[in-house]
Every structure is written in C-alpha cells, then in structure tokens.
Write a protein that binds this ligand. Structure first.
Ligand code: 5GP
Ligand code: ZN
Length: 138
C-alpha cells in the first residue's frame, strides 16, 4: 500500500468507490469521470505503479478480471464495443500512478475521439525500430 495513493485508499476503504467486481487480487469500480456510461477501472489490489512493475502471474489474473468486467459491461450497457486503455507514466496521460485498466464502452456515434493520429512510416524506418526494440526482447 502506498499511503498517498488514491487507488490504494479505495482498496482499503478509506475512499468510497462504486465497486462492480472484486476477487482476491483485483478490484473493478466505476470511474468518477466516465468517458461514456459504464466506464470502469480495473486495478490490482496491490500497489504497482505501471504495467512494467507487476509480476507476470499477477498480471494474468488481472487481465482475466479485465475480460470479465468488459464482458459484463458490454451486456449491461448494450455497447457496440469497448476500449481497454492503460496509461504508463505522466506523459502518457497517467494521473493515478497505480496500475489500472480503463474499460470504456463505445456506442455508435458516441463522438469520443481516441484517434492516435499516426502518419505513415516507410519500410526503412520500421526496420530500424524493429532492430532497436527486438534487441531488448532477447
Ligand atoms: P489515468 O489518467 O491515470 O489513466 O486515469 C485515472 C482515472 O481515475 C481517471 O479517469 C479519473 O476520472 C479516475 N479517478 C481519479 N480519482 C478517482 C476516485 O477517487 N474515484 C474513482 N472512482 N475514480 C477516480
Ligand atoms: Zn496504490
């Protein structure tokens, strides 16, 4: 537990939340500023700052909680689809530095803009990044 962390305080009950799913290691609750109706956050009960910090076995359990919550949310909201979003680091938009997955139900014409707005890369550029990233995956 991190004493200054809002989500740790939600886990311990010091801050109230609207819980929708809970198991031994995971908790899902509704976002207080929903991007669309039914927007929730799925967190690990233990404090890990980012996706890179959680041990693999715990991440497996957490992603199953994301899948379960996503399936239930689709049924409850009758959404046409949903986004799973997960920010790492302030520059990516992470505000709460306790690992969490957003589940954002999507509806035709909901006008939410999550476009990444990329531009086309040439083969040489892609090959260079392939080389640089693969080097760290050995
Ligand atoms: P981030 O930008 O870190 O990926 O997302 C943090 C999310 O947590 C935001 O969507 C924000 O609305 C939500 N949030 C922040 N504080 C609280 C809180 O006290 N309770 C709940 N339920 N959600 C929170
Ligand atoms: Zn925390």
């Amino acid at each position: 537990m991190d004493e200054n962390c809002v989500f740790c305080k939600i886990v311990s009950g010091q801050i109230p939340s609207t819980k929708i799913y809970e198991d031994e290691n995971s908790l899902a609750f509704l976002d207080i500023n929903p991007a669309t109706n039914g927007h929730s956050l799925v967190i690990s009960k233990k404090h890990y700052a980012t996706l890179l910090d959680i041990p693999g076995a715990e991440l497996e359990e957490l992603i199953l909680a994301v899948q379960k919550t996503g399936a239930a949310t689709m049924k409850a909201t009758k959404a046409d689809g949903f986004n799973v979003l997960q920010n790492n680091g302030a520059v990516s938009g992470q505000v709460i530095h306790h690992l969490h997955f957003h589940i954002v139900p999507r509806f035709k014409n909901d006008s939410l803009n999550l476009s990444l707005g990329g531009k086309k890369a040439g083969q040489a550029e892609l090959a260079e990044w392939q080389k640089r990233i693969k080097k760290h995956l050995k």
